[in-house]
Design a protein around this ligand. Structure first.
Ligand code: FPP
Length: 252
């Protein structure tokens, strides 16, 4: 797989008419490279994050129109607290602003918003906006947009194990009932299908503590394109690659 083939501009094949043919239900994305994008243009780094929002907006419209059921994006990892106080504050302010500005349009487009992660550690104002957004969009039946905020997969699994242990101790479940379905139901993503593909922009070949359980069978697609430059055409190219891999490895 060469990166040039991934980033080359080919006509999109995920138009309205292809809705029913979309070969996957759930795509998860590691949106990486906002600061490198700004650095390369000699712009302040916050401009990279701001452009990253535009990239996400474009993609949400695109995948919603193409009929994707689940899109999960990594907005803030539990490790991101290590960034400067100014950057963390900027990102939280940005998330609040985007939510306030976009909520009604998301609703019009029937998008259901869910936030996954250790949400109770998020500043109160933003936390309240997240809860409101989840409440307001709860019954929407279009795209399920999951935003991972203060998310870390090991913590997610650790929390699930603790809650299962409590359920065993109180006699609600027996140890013999613990299987992968039960564990899955205790994760933040309980009840969602696993992602069939994880896309990572910015070229790093890592999962970075993202959806470690859920990604067990996912195809990994890494592109050097930096997140603010990632377009719907790049997404379509990733889907085409996914289809090719299915054909190659799908078995008899
Ligand atoms: C990666 O770039 C991106 C983030 C830290 C997450 C922030 C994402 C956005 C602002 C996109 C929009 C998201 C929402 C939910 C509105 P980086 O800072 O890690 O870049 P680098 O790899 O160049 O350092």
């Amino acid at each position: 797989m060469t990166n040039s083939s991934l980033t080359s501009k080919q006509p999109s094949n995920l138009g309205e008419q292809d809705k029913k043919k979309l070969p996957l239900k759930h795509v998860a994305i590691i949106m990486d490279g906002n600061r490198r994008w700004a650095d390369a243009k000699k712009l302040p780094r916050f401009v990279g994050h701001r452009e990253g929002v535009n990239s996400l907006k474009r993609l949400v419209q695109h995948v919603g129109a193409a009929g994707l059921k689940y899109l999960t994006v990594y907005a803030f990892s539990s490790e991101n607290w290590q960034r400067s106080r100014e950057e963390v504050q900027y990102l939280f302010d940005l998330f609040s602003k985007v939510l306030a500005e976009e909520l009604s349009e998301l609703c019009e487009n029937k998008v259901k918003l869910t936030f996954i992660g250790q949400l109770d550690k998020i500043p109160t104002d933003l936390y309240n906006s997240l809860q409101k957004a989840m409440q307001v969009t709860r019954d929407n039946r279009g795209l399920n947009l999951q935003v991972a905020l203060n998310y870390g997969s090991r913590l997610e699994i650790t929390e699930a194990v603790k809650r299962i242990a409590v359920a065993v101790r109180s006699g609600h479940i027996s140890p013999d009932e613990i299987d992968d379905r039960l564990i899955e139901s205790y994760l933040y993503t309980g009840g969602m299908p696993d992602p069939e593909m994880i896309i990572r922009t910015g070229g790093e070949m890592r999962l970075s503590n993202y959806l470690l359980w859920q990604a067990a069978y996912a195809e990994l697609y890494v592109t050097d394109v930096l997140w603010p430059d990632f377009t719907p055409e790049h997404f379509d190219e990733a889907v085409r690659e996914f289809v090719q891999r299915e054909r190659r490895y799908g078995g008899d």
